[in-house]
Design a protein around this ligand. Structure first.
Ligand SMILES: Nc1ncnc2c1ncn2[C@@H]1O[C@H](COP(=O)(O)OP(=O)(O)OP(=O)(O)O)[C@@H](O)[C@H]1O
Ligand SMILES: [Mg+2]
Length: 276
């Protein structure tokens, strides 16, 4: 009888992989775990801590409750903020009640400081980190439809992991020469091309409505601006697409003063920086 207990299965080495980066942070996944870790520099610790607080608030307030229609875009569930080393090491953890979850996943017990310390030590860079739900990649069956926008000679590049949905921009061909497969951008025209005649995709209009619903919840329920946030498309499970809102390190308060109601341009300038 064959046995599964060979030495290669007994002690898995938990490998970390960088799955995204931006001007502010690097994002890692650990093999076998469904968490993403956004890591930044020690100098930026306070900003990341604030980002964690914002994700925590948005996760609760943007989740549909009662008679609300569910929103297409969801916020990844936050697990915790952790700053390693030194006297001012810090740890904060999410305490979202199970009934508030916006994903199908069952909520387990929250992360502990010991968990965070161990997870942080497994990452190749040490710094303040924010742990949240890992967004699954674009399903394999859908990726070829997006690859058609890769420039010639990109056959060896991996499939897109996520797509940024930039519906307010026209992305010139030249911008796609440097392919970012972690987060490939789609403008509304390209999205319309990939989504038409395929029931796996919501229509471009439904996506735009979903962005509006999320933005309105961010503004009016949570009281935050949407500065520099990203609307992205990834996977939900093996074959389905999932839509997520991420990247809140530049978000500030959404300030409503009476003149904003009268002078739309003032309000837009004050809360500017919304990408889509
Ligand atoms: N929860 C997640 N699951 C999977 N991938 C993620 C997750 N969060 C972020 N990423 C990936 O990491 C990339 C960088 O993350 P993020 O945009 O938060 O970093 P940033 O440095 O703040 O970016 P920017 O410079 O645009 O402000 C994202 O574009 C996305 O590809
Ligand atoms: Mg950012």
């Amino acid at each position: 009888m064959s046995s599964l207990s060979s030495s290669s299965t007994e002690s898995p080495a938990w490998k970390a992989k960088r799955i995204g980066f931006g001007a502010f942070g690097q994002v890692y996944a650990l093999e076998g775990r469904s968490m993403a870790f956004k890591v930044t520099t020690f100098e930026s610790a306070k900003i990341l801590e604030k980002e964690f607080e914002i994700i925590r608030t948005l996760y609760v307030t943007s989740t549909s409750t009662g008679s609300d229609s569910p929103s297409l875009f969801v916020i990844p569930r936050p697990y915790g903020y952790y700053k390693p080393k030194g006297e001012d090491s810090a740890a904060k953890f999410e305490d979202v009640p199970a009934s508030q979850t916006s994903t199908k996943r069952t909520l387990g017990p929250p992360l502990t400081a010991e968990d965070a310390e161990q997870l942080s030590a497994m990452l190749p860079v040490q710094g303040p980190m924010c742990a949240m739900d890992l967004i699954m990649p674009i399903p394999l069956s859908i990726a070829p439809k997006i690859r058609r926008f890769y420039p010639k000679g990109s056959d060896k590049l991996p499939d897109p992991r996520l797509c940024r949905l930039w519906f307010g921009k026209v992305i010139e061909e030249s911008r796609l020469l440097q392919v970012n497969t972690d987060s490939f951008p789609l403008d509304v025209e390209r999205y319309t091309v990939v989504s038409q005649k395929d029931d796996a995709f919501p229509t471009a209009e439904e996506v735009a409505l979903g962005m509006g619903v999320m933005l309105s919840r961010i503004h009016w329920r949570a009281g935050y601006s949407g500065r520099d946030i990203e609307f992205v498309m990834g996977g939900l499970d093996v074959g389905s697409l999932g839509f997520y809102c991420i990247d809140f390190n530049q978000v500030g308060l959404f300030i409503l003063i009476l003149p904003c109601l009268l002078t739309r341009s003032f309000s837009l300038r004050w809360n500017s920086g919304i990408k889509p």
